[in-house]
Design a protein around this ligand. Sequence first.
Ligand SMILES: NC(=O)c1ccc[n+]([C@@H]2O[C@H](COP(=O)([O-])OP(=O)(O)OC[C@H]3O[C@@H](n4cnc5c(N)ncnc54)[C@H](OP(=O)(O)O)[C@@H]3O)[C@@H](O)[C@H]2O)c1
Length: 358
Amino acid sequence: MDLQKGTILVTGANGGLGNAIVSQIISNAELVTYNGIFTVRNAEAAIRFRATLESSKSAPVSSKSYEIIPLDLSRLDNVREVAATINTNVEARTIPPISAIILNAGYEEFGEQTWTEDSLDTTFVVNYLSHWLLTLLLLQSMDRDRGRIIWISSWSQKHVAPGDRHNIMNGSFQDSRYKTMITDDLEPLAKGTWSPNIDGEHTWAAGYRRYGASKMCGVAMIHELQRRLDQDPVLNNVSVLAVDPGGMATGIVRHSNWLVRVLVFRIFAGMLAGLLLLIWPNGTWRTPHKSARDVLAAALNDGPPPLSERPKGLYLNGSELGDYNFEAKDPKKGRAIWEGSVRFARLKADEIILKDWM
Ligand SMILES: NC(=O)c1ccc[n+]([C@@H]2O[C@H](COP(=O)([O-])OP(=O)(O)OC[C@H]3O[C@@H](n4cnc5c(N)ncnc54)[C@H](OP(=O)(O)O)[C@@H]3O)[C@@H](O)[C@H]2O)c1
């Protein structure tokens, strides 16, 4: 353990982007001294992912240590169990403190809308609430001098002002009732009633809006959580950042129709992304490899700008600074998202070390 720089935690590690991040961690000589905690949805996926890593060319270059653990982000009780195990191990010094938490797992419903055991919208819980809870529970294990929390974002959260051109083109936020994601109550997002599947409308659009709103809540944390950390006597050096990885040919569209899944993502993005990067190095379509590099730079690098020493509250579009949803910048909405998160995750004072948590 003495030789290890710290722990890097990655959720959704066996997905398209997660796999690319993990491959770079375990094969890069500079990252080799970090301890990896890679979470996947279930035990079966953990076995398969371990076998994939062990047989891949990017096998660990030396005494690299990592563990693959099951974590189902649709279950808040599972988040609590996993966080408790990690906290125990850091406290016992069997693993080093956490240098970076990469909140990467993602879920998008293009068809049926589903709810968790707690009657909350699954998209909201997997993409946002569980990641929020995991982060708060793990604050006690963060490296207090240079810990970083990275929210993986998406252009889907930019519904209006500045409206993302992809969202303008797909028209999913056109109706006036979808111009505001949150007013002063998180409940419509948490329960999935803000954008439910309704008759007469494409279900993909409703699911896409729920996905965008869950991503907006994560982006709001680069202000709301960062502000609370900045005021904390112990945690004020911890940074919160968001990274939009751009469009990538991955499994995120697995529940979508043939046109999107095969034609756009597999054939167009899968085959052409490498080429498109030569023309637009940080364009709309990227490879998981390039986006993984951007995420790891945000998670671990200091400088050059915009990643100067201890960057805080930044939104990165890949390797550049980016703009994001105006609602995520609004302190009142940030507070509403926070208070709703405390309520829906049933957070208790004795679970966390953050002073300003209510
Ligand atoms: N691909 C894009 O164009 C794009 C664009 C913008 C942002 N992003 C974001 O990039 C991140 C990575 O996504 P990706 O593109 O790599 O898609 P992906 O290949 O589908 O990976 C998503 C990962 O999340 C995991 N996951 C889903 N539900 C989960 C749950 N309940 N509990 C635990 N893990 C769960 C998946 O596990 P299973 O494999 O077991 O389902 C998978 O490992 C996501 O946050 C996504 O929103 C992607």
